[in-house]
Design a protein around this ligand. Structure first.
Ligand code: ADP
Length: 616
């Protein structure tokens, strides 16, 4: 009988992950019964340590990429987006509200505040959020600077005071984004997501009423109107994205353009850190992007969570999250039989018996070298029981060793994938690039669960790892939160992070690498590129990056951020143009009862409607 796949959950959660995996025949890791390395997937709410990445075995996967704090910490995100705006000057980066990290940026904030006060027009409001907290904790909204009181590092952001409302209720969108690999950047967005409502009607004259201004479930579920049937919104505070799509359908709004703008936000945000994330194909990450849509249907990025809540509070949660986790597992592409892990343990058992019989040194057997390391580590742990984190020296040692090993034996460090399927032909036809948003009725591009080809490039440990600091995880009671006291001042300078104590310095990723010129793609290159096209859809996960040949090529070696931005710009422009065309056609339809006329002037006067058509 084939061995089951094994999952390991940190702190016994989240339940939905356990439930989905058990339903699929996986087994839960039990440290009493299993070897330390005998698992395939390790899931935890908080980030993993550097050493855990460095000691990953070929069959093991983690649910976080290293070094993603650049977008998942409120202050780092604000800083990174500001840098991108300044460097690229692209209007595409105009999707996050102006932000100041206090106390450092206090003077800059003051001058902006005064400028806005003197400007005639609508009143400007601000929102203050502690950088070290999540789930709406410590947040308040203010108009007058005298109400700005803080005793920890905070981010003060322009408050989007004209949100789109549904029957008077504010809402935001929780978009689930899976980064399959950072190298090359491969991004999927789930078709389903959540719409999270405030439970009291929006009202700018009561800024203190958090049930009207914040959309966090963790806050609203304690509100007095949570269980009330609210006009159109219903009971509770959540909708599925499908329900929201239906709402949009009933409005005269260009859904495609809205979804594409959200896609852009996701890609552009990931581009801020993508060049600096070390390559670990054995890792995958599910991010929760929080998007607020304003009355003009402009989407704004509020924050990015590295551990989006997976608790099942209501029917919408159950519908969305169970499917989400199932699709995520499919996207990770575990083959049904995990032969790598099983073989390795058979070899280990063989080695043990050989040792026992011959009293010989372990150098004589062709074993997986990591097992030796693991044993050494275990012994060290016994000897130095007081030491919980490996010393920096040890990290460097393992890092170097890991680099050497990956160079020497890159063939043995493949993640567990079905190589026979690597040659599966996948078209780069743009028609296969499905958009996040409208549910596609066609299944042509749906990749068979369990069989989608893995497309990760093989393990390359290029850059040093750093421990991440305070990040946004809205999972309940996560270790990350426990590690991040609200008092921690992380904003004074970007180097004032826990990383510094490990001797690391936060370095902003270099976004200027790459040629910024898209050369003609030769025939051979074309074929090579085609081989690397990730499946356009896995379950309800839609590939949103790369979305054409140019972006695939721009992400293959050194990430060419400028080319990617050009392509996003082009695509968004095309969608906007097609919307204008659709609207004109609709207007023409509305005017069907009107009569057409000839255009005075030309020798053979054409119909006016014909002239308009030709001008499009
Ligand atoms: P947390 O990590 O504590 O959830 P968020 O940044 O997500 O912090 O903010 C919590 C809630 O506050 C959001 O869900 C949203 O409803 C509201 N909010 C946050 N920032 C803004 C903003 N700039 N404009 C309008 N509403 C905001």
């Amino acid at each position: 009988m084939a061995a089951s796949l094994v999952f390991r959950l940190h702190d016994k959660g989240p339940d939905v992950v356990r439930e989905v995996l058990l339903e699929r025949g996986w087994e839960e890791y039990d440290e009493e019964e299993r070897e330390e390395e005998d698992w395939n997937l390790y899931w935890r709410g908080s980030m993993f340590r550097n050493s855990e990445y460095l000691n990953l075995l070929p069959w093991q996967r983690l649910n976080h990429h290293p070094k993603t704090a650049g977008i998942t910490r409120k202050d780092f995100l604000a800083r990174n987006l500001k840098r991108m705006r300044a460097t690229l000057g692209s209007p595409l980066y105009d999707f996050s509200p102006t932000a100041f990290i206090l106390p450092n940026d206090y003077t800059r904030f003051l001058s902006e505040y005064n400028k806005q006060r003197l400007t005639k027009g609508a009143t400007v409001y601000w929102i203050c959020k502690p950088v070290g907290l999540s789930r709406g904790r410590g947040i308040f909204i203010f108009e007058d600077i005298k109400d700005l009181v803080y005793d920890c590092s905070v981010i003060v952001q322009r408050y989007i005071s004209n949100p789109l409302l549904i029957s008077g209720y504010k809402f935001d969108l929780r978009i689930y984004v899976c980064v399959k690999t950072f190298y090359p950047l491969t991004v999927y967005i789930h078709q389903e997501g959540l719409v999270r409502f405030a439970t009291e009607k929006y009202n700018l004259s009561s800024l203190q009423n958090l049930y009207a201004h914040l959309t966090n479930t963790s806050i609203n579920k304690f509100g007095p109107f949570y269980t009330t049937q609210k006009e159109r919104v219903g009971q509770g505070c959540k909708w599925t994205m499908s329900k929201f799509r239906h709402f949009l359908h009933c409005q005269d709004v260009n859904q495609n353009l809205l979804w594409q703008r959200i896609n852009n936000i996701v890609t552009l945000t990931l581009l801020t850190i993508a060049p600096s994330v070390p390559s670990y194909p054995n890792c995958v990450e599910l991010f929760g992007f929080d998007i607020l849509v304003d009355v003009k249907f402009k989407p704004w990025l509020l924050e990015v969570n590295n551990s989006p809540a997976l608790t099942l509070d209501c029917q919408a949660d159950i519908t969305v999250k169970k499917r989400l986790i199932g699709d995520l597992i499919d996207l990770m592409n575990y083959t049904m039989v995990d032969s790598l892990r099983v073989k390795a343990f058979q070899r280990q058992a063989h080695r043990k018996s050989y040792h026992h019989a011959n009293y010989s040194s372990d150098a004589s057997l062709p074993l997986l070298p990591k097992f030796k390391e693991a044993e050494v580590r275990r012994q060290r742990k016994h000897n130095q029981s007081s030491q919980t984190l490996p010393r920096l020296k040890n990290i460097r040692h393992f890092e170097k060793k890991s680099q050497r090993q990956s160079k020497q034996s890159s063939q043995t460090h493949f993640p567990p994938v079905d190589f026979s399927r690597m040659t599966t032909k996948t078209s780069t036809n743009s028609a296969l690039n499905l958009m996040l948003g409208p549910h596609s009725g066609t299944n042509v591009s749906v990749v068979n669960r369990h069989t989608c080809p893995a497309l990760a490039p093989w393990l390359r440990v290029k850059r040093s790892l750093r421990e991440s600091g305070v990040t946004n995880c809205d999972e309940t009671e996560t270790e990350a939160e426990a590690e991040c006291p609200a008092e921690t001042d992380v904003s004074s300078t970007i180097h004032d992070t826990p990383e510094q104590s490990l001797g690391f310095r936060w370095k902003l990723p270099d976004i200027n690498r790459g040629s910024n010129r898209l050369k003609e793609i030769s025939l051979e290159e074309n074929e090579a590129l085609n081989r690397h096209v990730p499946p356009p859809r896995v379950g309800d996960f839609i590939r949103t990056f790369p979305f054409n040949k140019a972006t695939l090529k721009a992400s293959q070696n050194e990430l060419d951020v400028k080319v990617i931005i050009q392509e996003l710009h082009k695509l968004t422009g095309q969608l906007a143009k097609s919307e204008r065309k659709r609207k004109r056609e609709e207007e023409n339809k509305d005017g069907e009862e009107d009569f057409d006329s000839l255009l005075w002037g030309p020798k053979d006067p054409p119909l006016i409607s014909q002239c308009l058509k030709n001008n499009k």
